[in-house]
Design a protein around this ligand. Structure first.
Ligand code: UD1
Length: 419
């Protein structure tokens, strides 16, 4: 039985909150430790369910990991490994486990990873990951629910991605680190987490250039060495708190944030009627006036992030006017809509668009987190709703938010969690 979050809405949030290290940086970076035969130390690693699952994948492969949650420090030694196979039980739990295929293939010339299968927010194919690995000389065999890849020696190649997939960019980048020659990824993802992965690889002696642009070049090296790395702050967690301040008409300061990573959200929150002040590693946000309707279209970075779409939708249910939200990254990322409707929101879905007719009030109700970001959006809706909201299937939220209810409670909200 999963935990429940219970919220009595109506309190404007006030105070300061600190963002953790980015989940979407931690996962590929932990996978990339497989490339190195020496010990690596990672800092600012939060004790998220997804992070712990990635450590389990490494342990299954025979890698030694030592995690100290209080220090948010993870030490990995992948010098001796006993397996190159990631099992269904773990890959099914977290799709990002598939990120180990690139580094395993690069270092051992072989990897066997369970097929990730479907996922609540879309089909999420892996064709682009495989296209890249094949172009570099890997043989790919799919059967019995597994993908097996073999390559005597990967070689550099020019690889064009039909869509700037974050995971495919990361997997191909990791595979290319120990390949012979230069690999070029064209139409690569430009997300800050891709840049963080490249920084980590380079800290271990890899040669990745151009990360953060649409063309990444990886010059193959023969081996990597020991390194320490601190992951970047989580722009999605920071953004979730910013929307929490906006939806409750509150005033908060978010610490440990890189404002340059928040440009699309800041722009949309200002359009929606918030005051936002940026400092070096801080963002202050407040809303005094009414929420204004705004249109949003999710896009690959530096466009508006799909991982903040549901939270913004929660805010816009209370806007003066009608907003149109277009989801163009995932084909089925409106699972939260039915739950928001249970709280009185007026939302119509037309293909990839959600038309949100703002109302003066929404109302507390029992609802269910259908996925990670949907769970965050329902929590935000609950903070602003009249009455009590109870959110079920909270384990989805634990995948990506560390001490979520505690942090929001510390900002003055009436929120609690019961196991
Ligand atoms: C990552 C993030 C996730 C975020 C997403 C988009 C991690 C661990 N997860 O997921 O939180 O929502 O980026 O910003 O970093 N696609 C293909 N073929 C492929 C790969 C992807 O068609 O081989 C499509 C997907 O179906 C999807 C789109 O590309 O429609 C974006 O997916 P992608 O960027 O790969 O997302 P993830 O890396 O899975």
């Amino acid at each position: 039985m999963s935990a429940l979050i219970s919220i009595t809405g109506g309190t404007p949030l006030q105070g300061r909150v600190r963002t953790e290290g980015a989940k979407n940086s931690c996962l590929p970076i932990i996978a990339a430790t497989l490339l190195c035969e020496e010990q690596v130390v990672l800092h600012d690693i939060p004790a998220l369910e997804d992070v712990l699952t990635m450590c389990q994948v490494l342990n299954f492969l025979g890698v030694e990991t030592e995690y100290t949650p209080e220090e948010k420090k993870l030490t990995v030694f992948a010098g001796s490994m006993s397996s190159v196979e990631a099992p269904y039980a773990l890959v099914r739990k977290m799709r990002a486990s598939f990120l180990v295929i690139g580094p395993l293939l690069a270092r051992f010339g072989r990897a066997r990873v369970s097929l990730p299968g479907g996922c609540a927010i879309g089909i999420r194919p892996i064709d682009l990951h495989l296209k890249g690995l094949k172009a570099m000389g890997a043989e790919v065999i799919i059967g019995h629910g597994f993908i097996e890849t073999v390559a005597d020696k990967l070689h550099g190649e020019r690889i064009y991605l039909d869509f700037p997939s974050v995971g495919a960019t990361e997997n191909i980048m990791m595979a290319a680190v120990l390949a012979e020659g230069i690999t070029t990824i064209e139409n690569a993802a430009e997300e800050p987490e891709v840049v963080d992965l490249a920084r980590f690889i380079n800290a271990m002696g890899g040669r990745v250039v151009g990360a953060g642009t649409d063309t990444i070049r990886i010059h193959g090296v023969t081996s990597l060495h020991s390194a320490e790395h601190t992951v970047i702050p989580d722009r999605i967690e920071a953004g979730t708190f910013m929307v929490a301040a906006a939806i409750t008409g509150g005033e908060i300061t978010v610490e440990n944030v890189i404002p340059a990573h928040m440009v699309p959200l800041i722009a949309k929150l200002k359009e929606a009627g918030c005051d936002v002040i940026e400092e070096e590693a801080l963002i202050h946000i407040r809303r005094n006036g009414p929420v204004r309707a705004v249109d949003i279209k999710t896009l690959p970075y530096p466009g508006f992030p799909t991982d903040l779409q549901s939270q913004m939708m929660a805010l816009l249910t209370l806007a003066k006017g009608t907003s149109v939200i277009t989801e163009s990254v995932f084909e089925n990322r409106f699972m939260h809509v039915d739950e928001l409707r249970r709280m009185g929101a007026q939302i119509k879905i037309e293909g990839h668009c959600a038309v949100v007719a703002g109302r003066d009030k929404i109302f507390g109700a029992p609802v269910k987190a259908t996925d990670l970001r949907a769970g965050a959006a329902l929590t935000l809706a609950g903070l602003a709703a009249q009455g009590c909201t109870e959110i079920g299937a909270v384990h989805h939220i634990d995948r990506g938010y560390w001490h979520f209810t505690e942090k929001i409670a510390a900002l003055g909200a009436q929120i609690s969690r019961c196991e």
